[in-house]
Structures are given as C-alpha cells and as structure tokens.
Design a protein around this ligand. Structure first.
Ligand SMILES: Cc1cc2nc3c(=O)[nH]c(=O)nc-3n(C[C@H](O)[C@H](O)[C@H](O)COP(=O)(O)O)c2cc1C
Length: 344
C-alpha cells in the first residue's frame, strides 16, 4: 500500500475535476516525488480507464484517483420547484443558450468508475462528498489500495476511519473548489485549516493530508509542522504547463482585477471557493443546494462563456492562496514549494 511517508516530497497534487487535472499533470507531480491524483468526476468510466493506462504508460505506478460519492439523501429528491426557478433565471443570461435539463439524480457512473479503478488496481483511491460503502473499502483493501476520505470536520474524520479509511484528507475553508461536506445542504465549517487539522489529529490516529490555501512553501511547512503527513495543493498547480486550466480561467488567475475569492453555490449547487465574478454576484443567492443537478443546469452556459473567453461566466475555482500560483512545469512548481518549505 502506498504510504505518505514513502513520498520523496510530501506534496499531493489535489484532484481537480473539470479540466485542470490532466494525465500529464498527474505524471509530472508523481515524477517530482509527490503524489499525482486523477480526478474522475464529470468523466466517463472509459475516460478514467484511458487516463489510468496513460499514467502507467508514462512509467508512473505511484498515483491516485479521486471519486465523488453520489448524494444518497432521499430528501433531496423532492423540491423540483427551486431547481426549476433557478433554471428560469439561467435562461435569461445568455441569449440563445438554454440551460441543461433537470434530470432525476443518478449515480453519475460512480459504481462503474470504481470497477475501473478496482480492475486496474489503482493503488490509492480518495473519496469526496461522503463515505465509500464498506464493501468498496473491503474490495480496495483486498487489492492493497489505500482508501482516503476527504473531510471538513473532525466528526466526519471519525466516521471515515470507522469505515476503514487509511488516510484522512483534511480540507480547510481556504481550499479552492468544492468543500467535501457529506451533506450537500450543509454549510461547511469555517474553522481555519490549522485548527481543523489539530481537531482531526486528536480525533483519529491515521496519517493526515492537509489542504487549503497553500500559496507558497511556508504554508506547506506550517501544515507539516502541525502534524500533516503530506500537504495537498490544488490552486498552486492551476497555472502549471501540464494543467488543463482553460485560457479565460488562467487569465483571471493572473488578472489583478480578480482579487477576491468567495464561497458560492451558483455554479454547481455545492459550496465551492472561487474567484469572485459576476455569475456568483448575480446568482449566488439563488442557487438551490442540489448537486449535480445545478451543475448540469449551468453546464451549457459555462461552455458558452469559455468559448468566448468570458471569465464572468465560468467557475474560477481557487483557494485563498491563489496569488501564489505560478506558471511553469509542474515539476518545478512542486520542487520550489518543497525547497522553500525546507528552508522556512
Ligand atoms: C479547480 C479545482 C477542482 C477541484 N476538483 C476536485 C475534485 O475533483 N475532487 C476533490 O476531492 N477535490 C477537488 N478540489 C479541491 C482540491 O482537491 C483541494 O482540496 C483544494 O484544491 C486545496 O486547496 P487549494 O486549492 O487552496 O490548494 C478542486 C479544487 C480546484 C481548485
């Protein structure tokens, strides 16, 4: 089983679904001595299988994959009215662009994707938005894969370890992208990552990954000093050469006009942190807490905005350390973070 203590560099390249994580980024982070993690969300099981093969074809065996656990709260099936009202708001935003349709909530290929990861023997699998079933944990352990669960509270960390997690990924409020609350409707806690890490440390006795707001090596050092076995970095890799971050997204990350990050449900229905833009300002107060339905509704609008290079119409996920994001090869970004972490 991959142990975080075996990494030459205790940095995990956070899974970033929706484009930024590419096979090349995973390969580069793992080759740099860290751990690259594939993002399987919004991708078909076949695409995930192809990514696993591509990473291996590049000679990398030590890597992970992340999956989104589907929402199993039956109460979220009701209330189509709020989704329909949100759809009406979205219809007026870009002339000629229809929002996606309100479809019954499915499992988004979760079971099939897990089968791909299990069949391929992916050695490290992380779960976001909930716990894997006991059977899934057992099957992964039978193949000697590490089971990792991303949490935002100490009590979820306890549940994860009770379920069989070998590693807990602690995600602070500073993190870019979606917060891994187990209930889509929950408002994620605001306890800063250092304090959350301490809370989780006293609740469970497994290695911890800390993530949220890392902009430079000092942030890495601070989290390692506070007991993390490794530090997860997402935003710091968004401008890497190998990242699949879209052009308008890259431009916004380096534009001094986008200087603030906010928590918003506007794009996906789940709370996520990103650079503040007009989509959030106009819609953030109206989006129902439903995922992935809201994500599906906004998809055609986001695609249209990306096509015309409009940063105000796309999700610009970014953590509070976004000013630290650098361009260049991912290997250099990881090496620089680690070098300055060791100095500081
Ligand atoms: C663009 C983007 C996409 C993300 N997608 C995922 C994902 O697919 N799965 C996941 O567990 N976390 C996802 N996250 C959260 C990261 O895994 C990680 O917790 C976060 O990036 C850490 O904070 P930082 O961005 O400040 O480094 C995403 C973050 C970003 C910025």
């Amino acid at each position: 089983m991959i142990a975080l203590s075996d990494l030459a560099v205790p940095i995990v390249g956070a899974p970033m679904a929706g484009g930024p994580t590419t096979d090349a980024l995973v390969v580069a982070v793992s080759r740099a001595g860290g751990l690259g993690v594939l993002a399987t969300a919004y991708r078909t099981p076949a695409q995930t299988a192809a990514s696993v093969s591509a990473v291996r074809a590049a000679g990398v065996e030590r890597f992970g994959a992340n999956v989104f656990v589907p929402d199993d709260h039956a109460e979220h099936d009701a209330d189509l009215a709020s989704l329909s009202a949100y759809r009406d708001l979205l219809r007026t935003r870009i002339s000629g662009v229809e929002p996606g349709v309100i479809a019954p909530r499915g499992r988004d290929g979760y079971d099939e994707t897990l089968d791909v990861l299990l069949d391929a023997g992916v050695p490290w699998v992380s779960f976001t938005f909930g716990l894997p079933g006991r059977d899934v944990v057992d099957r992964l352990h039978a193949g000697d894969a590490a089971v990792v669960v991303t949490v935002t509270t100490a009590s979820d960390a306890r549940s994860a370890v009770e379920r069989g997690a070998d590693v807990v990924w602690v995600q602070g409020p500073e993190a870019g992208g979606h917060r891994s609350t187990f209930d889509v409707a929950a408002e994620p806690p605001t306890v800063p990552i250092e304090d959350l890490l301490a809370d989780v440390r006293s609740a469970v006795d497994v290695p911890l990954i800390a993530s949220g707001g890392v902009g430079d090596g000092r942030d890495v050092r601070r989290l390692l000093d506070r007991g993390a076995a490794a530090v997860g970095v997402g935003t710091a890799l968004l401008l890497a050469d190998e990242a699949g971050t879209s052009e308008p997204y890259r431009a916004a990350l380096t534009d001094p006009g986008f200087d603030e990050t906010v928590l918003t449900r506007a794009f996906s229905g789940r709370v996520a942190r990103g650079l503040r833009n007009r989509f959030h300002d106009d819609l953030g107060d109206h989006a129902p807490a439903r995922f992935p339905e809201v994500n599906t509704l906004t998809a055609p609008l986001r695609r249209a905005a990306t096509a015309v290079g409009d940063p105000h119409g796309i999700s610009l996920w970014a953590g509070t350390g976004h000013r630290g994001a650098r361009t260049g090869p991912a290997a250099e970004i990881v090496a620089d973070l680690w070098r300055s972490a060791q100095q500081g």
